[in-house]
Design a binder for this molecule. Structure first.
Ligand code: WT7
Length: 568
């Protein structure tokens, strides 16, 4: 039996206090996510249950019980405390998906500090803008990634501690660097968590917008309420499940559902710290007997491409429930999974800012392939007329998605950027910046984003950030960055550039520029193609018209260019 029952029954009389009761939380109590994910589960008698089954590159395995993760997060927390890290200080986690990332995250929360996880593939520039915005006090990293921190450390006087969790003593530590080994540290059995309350800051995730630098989405400890209940009802997590969330905790799915949701429910999860490979993924499911799987459309499309044959080499019969997030899940992918895996992927829609799932397909609910599903109980969702910002009544007519503010996991602000935060609200609605229609049964159908942000393989990339980085290359005079259609990643980054006088437009230069962006920003933000132009299309006032270039990539009519000549 799924936890959920019928949609109508759940929506009727829904109240978030359902989760508060289950978590034995009362208004005004201390609420600390680190404690809820570890100590509380142990107090419930599940200390010896496996919390984490970790598999690294090359098949190394590590296993942690709930008592192990309780002690490990205590140990990291007390190490940070001894260094002088205080509540509300930002502590960045900059690691591959090693156990220290997960345990460090909880340790940071336990001392009341703000966990700032950053994707380990970020280059020094991507890292710097995010640490600088957050004025981060400490960063926890590994030998593999510390060189990127060293490159920018002089520009960051506020960064007091660089903690290396796999220091091998071979090269001397530099200024502000300190070694910490989870295996060698004295285990801290008893630990006093910082008494955070509902509105105490917990997690800071950076997300990209169309303009300006990435925005730091501030979450609070009370987010647990929605993360716990959505994980329970939508992912349908039960006590005996083996859960696999393929997302990296550098992104919100990897924390809300790759740490908080699953562990606050006391459920076992496995983590695979290596890149995508269809064969390795199927083997992983087979080996660990994964029952609930939360993944993303690009991964599913890659599995489709790898073919049905290799599915047969593995026993995937343990899979009970499949869910997806991050980008449009095409109907074909749902039909494919039903055919090949015997179960449909259940789409979920939400974003860094919402902190937890908003539009969902529950287990047991009729899946309409290609639809994002219906609002989670307690969520009021509409589509708004873009002009009047009034809810659209007619089924099927697309408009801007709007959510009534006030669910527990909603962001509380953009760090140091209250103005942009405020701009996300209009007429009493929170606007996530996406478009959708609603059908007669109340199902939402995604129709597109409302801005120029590129969603490549489920990762948001700001064209502005890539354009700025391109301008730092010595050969580039001007740049415009757009999304280009792609079979697997849905969209990839494409750059148009004009070169400085005298620079020759060669294929070698294209590779050099691509690599320059990869190092500075990340492999995700790296343009997959660079097209040289003699000049870029501009408005009369000189603003580059991305939309003209984008339309060309998608084979769309540009329409009346006389209006495009004007600034908007
Ligand atoms: C943006 C949020 C929260 C999970 C990871 C992404 C797009 C997300 C769907 C979906 C179509 C989707 C939206 C959204 N998106 N889920 N099911 N169907 N589009 O978090 O990086 O903050 O990105 O991803 O455009 O606004 P994020």
């Amino acid at each position: 039996m799924s936890h959920f029952g019928s949609y109508e029954d759940r929506v009727k009389d829904f109240d978030w206090s359902i989760a508060e009761k289950e978590l034995e939380y009362n208004d005004g109590d201390v609420i600390n996510i680190g404690w809820y994910c570890t100590d509380r589960i142990c107090q419930m008698g599940k200390g010896e249950k496996t919390a984490l089954l970790w598999e690294g590159f090359g098949g190394t395995e590590k296993k942690f019980t709930f008592n192990d993760i309780r002690i490990a997060s205590n140990t990291i927390g007390s190490f940070l405390r001894e260094l002088g890290v205080k509540n509300e200080d930002r502590v960045c986690l900059f690691m591959d998906r090693i156990p220290e990332l997960y345990l460090g995250f909880l340790g940071v929360l336990k001392i009341g500090a703000v966990a700032q996880p950053l994707f380990s593939a970020f280059g020094d520039e991507s890292l710097f803008v995010r640490l600088d915005n957050a004025q981060t006090t400490a960063i926890i990293t590994t030998r593999k990634h510390v060189s990127k921190v060293r490159k920018i450390v002089e520009k960051m006087p506020y960064l007091k501690h660089i903690i290396i969790v796999d220091y091998d003593g071979k090269k001397p530590l530099r200024d502000r660097e300190v070694a910490f080994s989870l295996e060698e540290a004295t285990p801290v059995e008893e630990f006093e968590c910082f008494p955070t309350t509902a509105e105490s800051p917990s997690v800071l995730h950076y997300t990209s917008g169309t303009t300006g630098q990435p925005k730091g989405v501030k979450h609070v400890h009370y987010s647990l309420i929605s993360q716990y209940l959505t994980a329970k009802w939508v992912l349908d997590l039960h006590d005996d499940d083996i859960y696999w969330c393929t997302a990296d905790p550098g992104w919100v799915t990897g924390t809300s559902y790759g740490i908080i949701g699953v562990w606050s429910l006391g459920v076992t999860q496995c983590v695979l710290d290596s890149g995508f490979s269809a064969d390795a993924w199927y083997k992983f499911i087979d080996k660990h007997r994964v029952t609930v799987w939360y993944s993303a459309p690009t991964a599913i499309r890659s599995l489709m491409k790898a073919g049905a044959e290799i599915v047969k080499n593995n026993d995937l019969s343990s899979l009970r429930h499949l869910a997806s997030v991050g980008e449009p899940l095409n109907a074909e992918a749902v039909v494919w999974s039903q055919e090949v895996l015997g179960k449909p992927f259940h789409d979920t829609y939400w974003q860094t800012e919402t902190g937890s799932m908003m539009l969902v397909n529950f287990p047991g609910m009729k899946v309409k392939p290609g639809s994002m599903g219906r609002p989670f109980p307690g969520i009021t969702a509409v589509v708004l007329d873009p002009e009047s910002l009034e809810p659209i009544k007619e089924p099927g007519r697309p408009g801007l998605i709007g959510f009534k503010p006030g669910w527990p996991a909603m962001m509380r602000t953009y760090w140091n950027n209250e103005e942009t935060y405020k701009s996300k609200f209009a007429n009493g609605w929170y606007l996530p910046g996406d478009r959708s229609s609603i059908d007669t049964d109340g199902y939402f159908w995604f129709t597109g984003r409302d801005d120029d942000v590129i969603n490549t393989g489920g990762h948001l990339v700001s064209p502005f950030e890539v354009e700025s980085a391109l301008l730092e290359h010595e050969a580039v005079a001007e740049s415009a960055v757009v999304a280009k259609p792609d079979e697997v990643n849905m969209e990839v980054v494409k750059a148009f550039v004009t070169l400085k006088p005298g620079v020759e437009a060669t294929p070698e230069l294209e590779l050099k520029i691509m690599n320059f962006i990869r190092k500075k920003l990340s492999s995700i933000a790296m343009p997959q193609e660079i097209e040289y132009m003699a000049q870029l299309p501009k408005t009369r006032s000189g603003k580059i018209m991305r939309r003209v270039l984008q339309a060309k990539e998608w084979g769309e009519e540009i329409g009346d260019t006389s209006t495009l000549e004007d600034d908007e």
